[in-house]
Design a protein around this ligand. Structure first.
Ligand SMILES: *[C@@H]1O[C@H](CO)[C@@H](O)[C@H](O)[C@H]1NC(C)=O
Ligand SMILES: *[C@@H]1O[C@H](CO)[C@@H](O)[C@H](O)[C@H]1NC(C)=O
Ligand SMILES: *[C@@H]1O[C@H](CO)[C@@H](O)[C@H](O)[C@H]1NC(C)=O
Ligand SMILES: *[C@@H]1O[C@H](CO)[C@@H](O)[C@H](O)[C@H]1NC(C)=O
Ligand SMILES: *[C@@H]1O[C@H](CO)[C@@H](O)[C@H](O)[C@H]1NC(C)=O
Ligand SMILES: *[C@@H]1O[C@H](CO)[C@@H](O)[C@H](O)[C@H]1NC(C)=O
Ligand SMILES: CC(=O)N[C@H]1CO[C@H](CO)[C@@H](O)[C@@H]1O
Length: 511
């Protein structure tokens, strides 16, 4: 058993060395990518950031051999004439003003790639009402070069979905970020991602994760899942039988690529040395004249889909927070924030990120700025968790023994028009809505310290790290770090944010 582990590890090391050699000769380029909702005239634009619609069109347009897409759902083509749609009842002029044509153009670029005989794979969750998987099915229909698969992670983890948004073209060009394959994600929702062009070494690694998900879709779920007592999270839940949450004696052999074993430990502990790839990346959107090789990483969720020595997505977020220098600032942007689970049968209490934030507040005097979305589908309970986090400011200055001068600041991001969303006509009646359903929201998921940038696909809620498919790219590249800080600051300093107020302090023993 030990011999096998050592052999696997040395193979891994050889693979890692080969990767860094080939990659250092390559011309890997990275750009930050955003979608900015219409009608936000007071948001200052950061130069050199690409638009999601352009990047999606280019990824499809430049694809000549292979195109792999991971999506939660598809709604690239707007449906203002479908009474079941959240787009219903808006006029052609309205749709044009909303930018719906950008989604249509991405769909056409995919259709063209399909017609060029590019080998295409679409893997998605079941999609959303009313279209579900209509778009990928239509693209696959009658085209043997296009494969589409629906993967329901709830069958594997009890709850959870495919939530990663990833495009890989020609095994070298990649998008990772928050944007769905939805016209609204291009012009009505605030999104942040990264476009990596000419980066075969990174693409190959993301493709392994893609292949793992593809494989899951064809395995016999009942043969490969167990219901277990999860020692770490203190709930009973369903997991793949190779999960490290399953006692080693009952664990099955993983049909996927293997991941480092940590004996005598339940679950997936933090790795002291997660795999980082050292390589130079050009940043044409924000020039870094030095072009030194920097440390970069990928991280994945849920942990049962990890391979090699990659870290779990939760660790990559925690390590990004903890990467902050003494007296420096961490910026965190998310749609949802909860210190617990959202969709599990039993509720998990989850303090991983808030603990990391309070730790750097105390020990490093860090400033932590957090932007959370406030919109139509805002989750109840968010405000209480944010206030509980803000209470660390009171703890920080609670005693004369404390040498703590950090500061947590939290703001809601309120996209104007968020409370006037929905179909224009419902049951034959004008609703007075100004924008279609599921629009006008800050949906990006990233963190950036003074030294490290992390761009992900997951909301900051337990489920996204333990039952839901998510991918992040992270880097210590100074140009990417500084440009991502600028993207955050443009939002933070805009008129579209509102401070979250701390709880009133209650003095109990005032003698
Ligand atoms: C290919 O990508 C480049 C940017 O990387 C872009 O300028 C070009 O328009 C794309 N080509 C097509 C056909 O989409
Ligand atoms: C499409 O590609 C496949 C495999 O790459 C090839 O076998 C097939 O002949 C191609 N079809 C056309 C119409 O070019
Ligand atoms: C799936 O696995 C279950 C449990 O091992 C078994 O009973 C069933 O026959 C399998 N189904 C298929 C299609 O192989
Ligand atoms: C959230 O709280 C509001 C106000 O108390 C209530 O109207 C709404 O139904 C709640 N939403 C959910 C999903 O529980
Ligand atoms: C929508 O929200 C804005 C800003 O919070 C508020 O001023 C306005 O009154 C709200 N409108 C409706 C219809 O609720
Ligand atoms: C619209 O009509 C349907 C069927 O007639 C009904 O079930 C539904 O509740 C109505 N919705 C609203 C918002 O009135
Ligand atoms: C899983 C899934 O969505 N499959 C669809 C793929 O596309 C074909 C059309 O070619 C549909 O028939 C499938 O239902």
């Amino acid at each position: 058993m030990k011999g096998i582990t050592v052999a696997v590890l040395s193979l891994l090391l050889i693979a890692i060395n080969t990767l860094s050699l080939t990659e250092s000769k390559s011309e890997c380029k990275a750009w930050l990518v955003q979608s900015i909702p219409t009608d936000m005239p007071h948001l200052s634009l950061v130069p050199g950031v690409l638009s999601t619609a352009d990047v999606f069109r280019w990824l499809a347009g430049n694809s000549s051999q292979k195109l792999d897409i991971l999506a939660q759902y598809w709604q690239l083509v707007a449906e203002p004439d479908d009474p079941r749609s959240g787009d219903y009842g808006y006029s052609k002029d309205d749709m044009k003003r909303f930018g719906a044509n950008e989604g249509f153009r991405v769909y056409k670029a995919l259709e063209n790639a399909a017609d060029r005989n590019v080998s295409i794979r679409f893997l998605q969750h079941s999609g959303v009402y009313p279209d579900y998987t209509a778009e990928p099915s239509k693209l696959a229909s009658g085209r043997p070069n296009v494969k589409n698969v629906t993967l329901l992670l709830s069958e594997w983890w009890g709850s959870g979905i495919v939530h990663a948004k990833v495009w890989i073209s020609n095994r070298r060009d990649i998008y990772i970020g928050s944007a769905n394959n939805d016209w609204k994600s291009l012009t009505q929702v605030k999104e942040v991602g990264i476009y990596l062009a000419g980066c075969p070494g990174i693409a190959r690694k993301v493709e392994i994760y893609y292949d793992n998900l593809w494989k899951l879709a064809f395995l016999n779920v009942s043969a490969y899942t167990r219901t277990i007592w999860d020692l770490q999270w203190q709930i009973t839940r369903k997991v793949p039988c190779w999960s490290h949450f399953v006692h080693p004696k009952e664990r099955c052999r993983s049909p996927l690529h293997s991941y480092v074993e940590v004996p005598n430990v339940a679950g997936y502990p933090e790795l002291s040395d997660p795999y980082m790839f050292q390589m130079p990346i050009q940043t044409p959107g924000h020039n870094d004249p030095t072009l030194q090789p920097q440390s970069n990483y990928l991280s994945f969720a849920p942990p049962e889909l990890l391979f090699g020595k990659y870290q779990a997505d939760e660790q990559a977020w925690v390590d990004t927070i903890k990467s902050v220098g003494v007296g420096a600032t961490v910026r965190i942007n998310t749609m949802d924030w909860l210190g617990q689970s959202q969709y599990t049968a039993q509720t998990v209490y989850w303090s991983s990120l808030s603990s990391a934030i309070s730790e750097v507040l105390f020990s490093k005097h860090a400033t932590v700025k957090i932007l959370v979305a406030h919109w139509t589908h805002y989750i109840n309970g968010t405000d209480q968790y944010l206030k509980s986090l803000l209470y660390s400011n009171a703890l920080c200055s609670s005693s004369e023994y404390n040498k703590c001068s950090g500061q947590i600041e939290i703001r809601y991001y309120v996209v104007p028009g968020f409370n006037l969303t929905g179909p224009a006509i419902l049951n034959g009646t004008q609703t007075g809505n100004m924008y279609p359903s599921y629009t006008r929201v800050n949906h990006g998921k990233y963190a950036v310290s003074d030294v490290r940038a992390h761009i992900g696909t997951s909301n900051l809620v337990w489920d996204y790290f333990y039952t839901t498919a998510g991918v992040s790219f992270g880097t210590y590249h100074p140009a990417i770090v500084s440009q991502l800080q600028k993207v955050f600051d443009a939002d933070w300093n805009s008129p579209y944010t509102v401070p979250v107020e701390p709880l009133e302090e209650v003095h109990v023993f005032s003698s």
